[in-house]
Write a protein that binds this ligand. Structure first.
Ligand SMILES: [Zn+2]
Length: 836
């Protein structure tokens, strides 16, 4: 008994010293994380609710801390920040904020203010299964609040520190549950143990399997929207972003690889000077605890939507840290044994070192921030473009969604005539304006950690142009009420819903699920409604009142309700005899079957793409989709569905399972494949289509230096580019588009040959397809020029819709979502015409 007690005590002492020795003594009135949780940090993975409770405890017990809640996740978990500083600063936060924000306003003249604290955001755990960081957040919060050392006191006098312990609580808890439930006692370090091999979809992503570390620019999920909104209330000078990488490594901190852009949006002073300045601090701190690390050779921060790059285009310094993961509590690697506490200690060391470096370079950081916003106004004049004008009079809900993103980033937007808008370039958020509208075709580097294209206007298929002269109307400050469709008037005969509107699909599903029969017009038509002529594009929805089982009044109430809910243009008409085009009783106005959709998910499938489909249907169409686990596909019955989605993945299906899919399609159903799933249906000869092939002459092999291999091979990868493609908008898959060419996003090497059927290549890359991003000459010449982006292929009485490119990328491609939704709602109406 005594022996056991001694062991426990020494373990406790060891653990306390392991992390905090340098910061003794601590205020005894404040419980350490270990005292609060009942276990040592690193002994288990800590649940997010306990992390929040601990921070609440600190805020309750100490006048050096207050807690801010900035949102809730999809699963309802709290998103919080603990504000830490001296009691004096904490009681003067509003005044500090005002003085600090003056440095971000180029119109105000400010001079450095040595008494003003520097603003630091220690942010952790954007990837849920990179767990050392949130544990380090607990240690950082405790140390900053409870340490009575002179060093920490000095930091609090000179800084306001916002600790965001978990950016992605839903993913974190998914992993936490996993790691704790497989933990052995004694610990099992064998890398083959289940504890170190998490299963699909893993904890990296959020509820809808989105990578939140790409979402800062795109602003789709509540986690990043809450954070970005908070961000613009404080504009921190320094922001951390803690990650883990593969276990066979050490530790990484910035500087990263040189910026891949020829003319980077973020200032060189940030990318080079500030990162080198901070890098020296991290090197010394990690040297002092004997930890190995590397810098410069990996990771690029060119994409502005990372947690470590967004601050760089907001006048701050974003810092990326990557710890080799123990993935579990202890694991054997080629670098020795990595324990969870060891990974936590490195992250904790970098946390406190960040505070130190920021405090010691307060004036440099604040001068930098001031110059950053001033230079935004000056630089914008250089290129001669004074403003970008955009709009789309056919689809106002898509325009609204685009404006929402501009406003999220505090970009100034003004009205410009009827249904058009302008964004002036001369504004503090000039770099964000660049990120939304500028496109590039020349690069310094050719190997990217992620996308090399992110001109957000193209994501939304938003037509825009740069103006050398412009005039502006009222400033737009919110999207609510920006466009209101004319209220639909009651009709005893029929209603027409404009299919060009982004929300028309949600409206269709809502009416269908309320038992109404709705048809789609396969040719354009014009009618008279409310005394005006209205023209409708392909796909316009026709609701004939006499076909419904409900009364005229009940139908009208539903139509009114759906218009209020989704703000879509709906018109009452009193005759079936149209002004132009087909009449309302035409055989080309075809009843739409309500989709009963399923999607294969699970180990082997790409969780991001599956999540994007799920998110699109849940949040924008409000339509359920059944998620069929691949592992029990053999037992699944497909008869209840009319549409099956297969996203990119490695489908190791038995012949019997393949036949099950084929036979089901042949009965008249629709299979939608995306990316490598399209390649799969071709490879398995489920469809009679082909891939674009290019064979190199094998006698012509040139010897090359081994060291260049990864660079050379990386150049041929398609990290993420925007291409223009020609659309057949008379094809049901192209309904709802007015354009003959639209931007598409390509981030794979799936190259489909155009269909041999003249009418089945819906989307083919344009002659000069490049819009934005890096693609090699070899890929352009050998593949892009002769490939299609979307084809449809008959199979028995059914069909397969093959997308080479992901139409739902990152929940953000409003411009191509419609192609996918058309496949889902109109797929069964498409007959592939045959020439013979
Ligand atoms: Zn990560």
């Amino acid at each position: 008994m005594i022996l056991l007690f001694t062991i426990l005590c020494s373990y406790t002492l060891f653990s306390q010293n392991y992390f905090y020795e340098k910061y003794q003594p601590f205020d005894e009135a404040i419980p350490s994380p270990a005292e609060f949780l009942g276990y040592e940090i690193g002994a288990r993975h800590t649940r997010h609710d306990l992390i929040v409770s601990y921070l609440e405890k600190l805020a309750e017990l100490s006048n050096k801390a207050t807690l801010v809640e900035y949102g809730k996740t999809h699963e309802g978990r709290k998103l919080v920040l603990l504000t830490i500083s001296t009691p004096e600063n904490i009681s003067n936060l509003e005044d500090i904020k005002k003085r600090h924000l003056a440095f971000t306003d180029p119109n105000l003249s400010t001079s450095n203010d040595p008494s003003l604290p520097i603003i630091i955001n220690l942010a952790y755990n954007v990837h849920g299964n990179e767990p050392s960081s949130s544990e380090a957040a607990l240690l950082s919060a405790y140390t900053l609040v409870a340490s009575q050392s002179g060093e920490i006191k000095k930091y609090l006098e000179n800084a306001v520190i916002f600790v965001d312990p978990t950016i992605n609580p839903d993913g974190r808890d998914r992993h936490t549950q996993y790691a704790n439930s497989y933990q052995g006692n004694p610990l099992v370090a064998d890398p083959q143990d289940a504890e170190h091999n998490e299963y699909w979809p893993r904890g990296r992503t959020n509820h809808y399997w989105f990578d939140l570390n790409r979402d800062w620019l795109l602003g789709i999920n509540p986690e990043s929207r809450g954070k970005v909104k908070w961000y613009h209330t404080w504009y921190p000078n320094v922001v951390t972003d803690f990650h883990e990488m593969g276990s066979q490594s050490t530790y990484f901190f910035e500087p990263m690889k040189p910026n891949g852009s020829l003319d980077p949006i973020m200032p060189k002073e940030n990318y080079e000077d500030l990162n080198n300045l901070f890098g020296d601090y991290f090197a010394k701190a990690l040297d002092s605890i004997g930890s190995l690390y590397f810098t410069r050779e990996a990771f690029d921060g060119t994409y502005p939507g990372y947690g470590s790059s967004y601050p760089d285009i907001q006048g701050g310094l974003g810092l990326l840290f990557e710890q080799a993961s123990s993935r579990g509590h202890k694991q054997t690697t080629a670098f020795g044994e990595i324990t969870f506490p060891f990974t936590i200690r490195n992250q904790f060391t970098s946390s406190i070192t960040t505070v130190r470096a920021a405090v010691e370079n307060k004036e440099i950081l604040r001068d930098y921030q001031k110059e950053f916003f001033k230079s935004a106004m000056l630089n914008s004049a250089i290129k001669g473009i004074k403003a970008y004008q955009f709009g789309d009079s056919y689809d106002q809900n898509r325009v609204k969604a685009f404006i929402d993103k501009l406003l999220l980033h505090q970009v100034e937007v003004y009205k410009s005539g009827d249904k058009a808008f302008v964004v002036p370039t001369s504004q503090p958020q000039y770099r964000m304006v660049q990120s939304f509208f500028e496109t590039y075709n020349k690069y310094r580097d050719s190997v990217y950690y992620d996308a090399s294209a992110w001109s957000v206007a193209n994501f939304y298929n938003m037509k825009y142009r740069g103006l050398r002269k412009y005039s502006k109307g009222d400033r737009v400050t919110k999207t609510e009420g920006l466009f209101t469709p004319d209220a639909v008037e009651k009709s005893p005969y029929a209603y027409i819903i404009d299919w060009d509107d982004y929300n028309a699909v949600a409206a269709l599903y809502y009416l269908q699920s309320n038992g109404l029969v709705i048809s789609s017009s396969f040719k354009p038509l014009s009618v008279s409604s409310g005394g005006k002529e209205r023209s409708f594009n392909y796909g316009a929805l026709v609701l004939a009142v006499s076909l419904q089982k409900k009364s005229d009044e009940e139908v009208y109430q539903l139509v009114k309700k759906v218009q209020e809910k989704y703000q879509v243009p709906i018109y009452g008409v009193s005759t079936g005899y149209t002004i132009k085009g087909i009449d309302l009783g035409s055989r080309l106005i075809k009843p739409v079957t309500m989709p009963k959709a399923a999607m294969i998910i699970g180990e082997g499938t790409r969780s991001y793409e599956a999540g994007e489909v799920w998110h699109l249907l849940d949040t924008r169409v409000n339509m359920p989709i059944t998620k069929l686990p691949l592992r029990r596909f053999d037992d699944s019955k497909l008869d209840g569905y009319n549409t099956l989605v297969m996203v990119s993945g490695e489908y190791e299906l038995s012949e019997k399972e393949q036949e099950k899919i084929t036979n089901w399609v042949k009965k008249g159903n629709t299979l939608i494949t995306i990316g490598t799933a399209s390649k799969w249906v071709i490879d398995k000869k489920i469809v009679k289509e082909t891939l674009t092939v290019f064979s190199k002459d094998s006698t012509d092999v040139k010897r090359l230096p081994y060291v260049d291999a990864s660079e050379n091979l990386g150049r041929e990868e398609i990290g993420g580019i925007i291409l223009s493609a020609d659309l057949d908008n008379s094809h049901p898959l192209g309904f709802g588009y007015r354009d003959k060419s639209i931007p598409v996003y390509k981030n794979n090497n799936v190259w489909l040959s155009p269909s041999k059927n003249e009418y089945s290549t819906v989307l083919q890359y344009s002659k000069n397809a490049h819009i934005d991003g890096y693609i090699s000459k070899a890929n352009t010449d050998n593949f892009l020029k002769s490939s299609a982006s979307l084809i449809i292929s008959p199979l028995g009485a059914g069909r397969v819709v093959l997308f080479a490119d992901n139409p739902n990328f990152r929940g953000s491609w409003y411009g191509t979502n419609r192609l996918f939704l058309n496949a889902l709602f109109l797929g069964d109406k498409i007959n592939v015409p045959k020439a013979d």
